[in-house]
Write a protein that binds this ligand. Structure first.
Ligand code: C2E
Ligand code: MG
Ligand code: MG
Length: 426
């Protein structure tokens, strides 16, 4: 049995990246996943599964001419470091070779087992990425392959100016995540029935020295590109809960955090959230997760299992940017949501056209039929607010009341208006 050695792998990758950087060499990383090993274990027994792993490990080691390049880093995943790629395109050859080798040779006890391989890869040109980013990129690529998407090798090895800038940004992003350099601002949501602030949405802020503000959408893209959405979200969630914990004696304000689409289906999400809630001692009902409509539709394939689970744990669930996806009305019956947020683009159109107003009215009515609260986001003026009131909207959020504010400013603002904001002059 090939031993699991993540620590050894990370150390070797670190050395390989440092060498590549020093010599100006290109470096490749393959992640090779024996994706049906679990099935093989079940069907043929763990002994056979172990033999298979050992055989795969042996074959990979035999292919590699260099020491410290092949590691088993997961239950059924191997990493293959390819230092000194003569040309970046060589990685495609290496990948094909591994594929052929393992496809052909893994037969055990006269039985040829149908091994299914999934290979993800990352190319690190001249060692410009950190080991962490290199691994994260290879993991992201493997995740793509597992979802049935083709690898875009050309895009990985060709680097124009844009790609170079992306690379630099990804590096900054990883460092910022590591250094805790992000910030959260909070924007109040106001309940129209009571006139009181009923919660706040946490919104990510990143000031990159020498560059300025980077939009949260861009930050999420960078996290996706480098396979770090989970880590970013964990940071956001913990930062928001820490703030709630700090305010607790002054104000018990529920908070909403945004969950990126790529995480909605992840079984790790619920564990991370309940872990964080218990660390900070916050009730699940005080936390709402904002998930975009598009992501919710994707989860539908799994019968909304993940979302249901989160609801069962007691958290609120808000469908963000509602109206921009393509959900059919019948989904309403099954979506385990507590709230829908009408997208800003609809809110903006309310003023212009009576048909758009009617459309928003219909969305509000249907949402109420299914007991969802309705939030309108991006409300900037009194007239829009008036219409929203008439249409039966429950909660509004927008510059009309307040922009997203740093924590201390939010507390001062809440104190000043005693939780019942008048409307800012506009
Ligand atoms: P969103 O969740 O739909 O957030 C609402 C956006 O509208 C925020 O932009 C907010 O500042 C802006 N906004 C609020 N009121 C008004 C208004 O009256 N007028 C106008 N013009 N804009 C208003 P922001 O902060 O730039 O965030 C943009 C998007 O980035 C968010 O859209 C969300 O999808 C994403 N995002 C922000 N923070 C996070 C985060 O922590 N995690 C994740 N995954 N995504 C985030
Ligand atoms: Mg949101
Ligand atoms: Mg939105």
């Amino acid at each position: 049995m090939v031993v699991l050695d993540r620590a050894g792998f990370i150390a070797a990758l670190d050395i390989a990246v440092t060498q590549a950087r020093g010599a100006g060499d290109d470096l490749g990383l393959l992640l090779i996943d024996l994706s049906n090993l679990r099935l093989i274990n079940h069907r043929h027994g763990y002994g056979i599964g172990d033999l298979l792993l050992a055989e795969a490990g042996r074959q990979l080691l035999a292919t590699s001419k260099l020491p410290d390049t092949v590691f088993r880093i997961g239950g059924h995943t191997f990493a293959f470091i390819l230092p000194q790629l003569n040309t970046p395109a060589f990685i495609a050859l290496a990948m094909n070779r591994v594929q052929r080798l393992l496809d052909g040779a893994l037969y055990i006890d006269e039985e040829i087992l149908p091994v299914q391989l999934r290979i993800g890869l990352a190319v690190n040109l001249q060692g410009r990425h950190s080991p962490l980013v290199t691994l994260a990129r290879a993991e992201a690529s493997l995740a793509q392959v597992k979802q049935g998407n083709a690898l875009e090798i050309d895009a990985m090895i060709g680097e124009d100016d844009d790609a170079r800038e992306d690379t630099a940004f990804e590096q900054h992003f990883s460092e910022a995540l590591y250094d805790n350099a992000f910030d959260l601002h909070f924007q109040p949501k106001v309940d129209l029935r009571t006139g009181r602030v009923c919660s706040a949405e946490a919104l990510l802020r990143w000031h990159l020295p020498g560059h300025g503000a980077v939009s949260p959408e861009r930050v999420v893209q960078l996290a996706e590109a480098s396979g770090q959405t989970y880590e970013l979200t964990r940071w956001v969630v913990n930062r928001a809960l820490r703030a709630m914990r700090e305010w607790r004696d002054t104000v018990a304000l529920p908070v909403a955090v945004n969950i990126p689409a790529g995480l909605v289906n992840s079984p790790d999400l619920a564990n991370m959230l309940s872990g964080a809630l218990s660390i900070w001692g916050v009730e699940p009902s005080m936390l709402t997760l904002e998930v975009t409509e598009g992501a919710v539709i994707e989860d539908k394939e799994a019968g909304f299992n993940n979302l249901l689970h989160l609801r069962e744990l007691g958290m609120g669930l808000s469908i963000d940017d509602f109206g921009t996806g393509y959900s059919s009305l019948s989904y309403f019956e099954h979506i385990p949501a507590t709230e829908i947020k009408i997208d800003q683009s609809f809110v903006r159109r309310i003023l212009g056209d009576s048909r758009d107003r009617a459309l928003v009215g219909i969305i509000v009515d249907i949402a109420h039929l299914f007991d969802f609260a309705v939030v309108a986001e991006g409300v900037e003026d009194n007239q829009t607010l008036q219409y929203l009131r008439e249409l039966g909207c429950d909660i509004v959020q927008g510059y009309l009341y307040s922009r997203p504010l740093p924590e201390d400013e939010l507390l001062a603002w809440l104190q000043q208006c005693d939780g019942r904001p008048g409307i800012a002059a506009n």
